[in-house]
Design a protein around this ligand. Structure first.
Ligand code: DP6
Length: 342
């Protein structure tokens, strides 16, 4: 039996945003969030037990160590998982993003979800999600482990549309799959405005979010917005969902831009793409924008309208890179053949 496993975990795009934590150590979000799991933007991670003094990690072809900025989050999460699950084997890990590297979609959601699945799979000698489940390593438990590496990674453990509920205490926070991918075939067309490394990481941004004078105002309206957005999602009402989607993303960026220190992710071309989408909408195309902690624009439409949207974007912004994605089924865990080992 092989003990090398491969995890494929998707990224997700939040419709209702997680921005700010009530407790950083316990990764307790300040508010509920929900997202659409993507199909194409995925991270592939292979893991196998390894007889060495420390884990060996290769990220997008480069060996990284504990001391480096990119290694810190990965090694910290491996240490957390090993301690919580009482596994002591060192692991050899190879991980790479299946979306173009350096395109500015540095997804900690897919990365930390894939790392969690691959490491737990290798340690527990499990080569499928069903096998993990049969060993009391349920999808909910894995999501809980993944969110300790990166909050948004917990949502990537499920396909379709997924809510992260804050709960009344850190122990009560939980992930709730809302609808499968078949509920509504929405597309995410990602306009690649900049591939530069972001100056302020999400994690450091979360820690100062509450310094924005708009943070408390945002929080006070989020329950009502969440309920309206969830009702629109259930009813497949894109005009209503999309209107909230834009307000939500721009409000989060207003908080980001007014925190101390501030994080201003929106660039002139971000604004230009938003203006284009709004103009196309006035001409009858149902497309709405949302943004993560970065300048790239996620344009949400139905999958049927995606080709029309892409044609317009290519005409109006010929130099803009586009990634075409859509709602997806969630992560996978597979055995690795001998000759393809990490
Ligand atoms: C803007 O999950 O990357 O994408 O928990 O500190 O790792 P950490 O933060 P992260 O934050 C994601 C923030 C966001 C909104 C969202 O995905 O909900």
């Amino acid at each position: 039996m092989t003990r090398a496993v491969k995890a494929l975990a998707p990224s997700n795009i939040a419709f209702l945003k997680y921005w700010g934590k009530s407790d950083t150590t316990r990764q307790w979000p300040a508010n509920d969030s929900f997202s659409m799991t993507l199909a194409q933007c995925r991270t592939e991670t292979m893991a196998r037990p390894f007889a060495g003094s420390d884990h060996v990690v290769q990220l997008n072809g480069t060996t990284i160590s504990r001391g480096t900025a990119s290694g810190a989050k990965i090694f910290k999460h491996l240490d957390y998982l090993a301690e919580r699950l009482r596994f002591s084997d060192r692991l050899a890990i190879t991980t790479h993003n299946l979306f173009p590297t350096g395109c500015g979609i540095a997804s900690s959601a897919s990365g930390l979800a894939a790392l969690t699945l691959a490491a737990v799979g290798a340690w527990s000698e499990s080569t499928s999600l069903d096998e993990l489940e049969s060993k009391d390593l349920s999808r909910h438990f894995l999501a809980d482990l993944a969110r300790m590496g990166s909050g948004s990674a917990g949502r990537s453990l499920f396909g379709g549309y997924v809510q992260w509920e804050r709960g009344a205490t850190p122990e009560e926070q939980d992930f709730r799959p809302l609808h499968g991918a078949d509920h509504w075939r929405l597309a995410d067309t990602i306009a690649l405005v900049s591939s530069a490394e972001k100056a302020v990481s999400s994690s450091s941004g979360h820690s100062v979010a509450a310094t924005s004078p708009f943070f408390a105002i945002r929080q006070s309206g989020l329950t009502e917005r969440r309920d309206a957005m969830l009702a629109a999602l259930t009813a497949r009402d894109l005009a209503t969902l999309g209107t909230y989607l834009e307000t939500e993303a721009l409000e989060m960026h207003a908080v980001m831009a007014t925190m101390t220190p501030a994080a201003c992710y929106i660039l002139p071309q971000t604004e230009a793409v938003i203006a284009t989408v709004r103009r196309l909408r006035r001409d009858g195309l149902q497309a709405y924008v949302t943004l993560d902690a970065g300048p790239n624009v996620h344009i949400i439409s139905t999958q049927e309208d995606q080709p029309i949207l892409v044609r317009h974007l290519q005409e109006l912004h010929p130099d803009l890179g586009l990634l075409l994605d859509h709602v997806g089924p969630g992560p996978e865990l597979l055995p690795v053949e001998e000759n393809a080992r990490a």
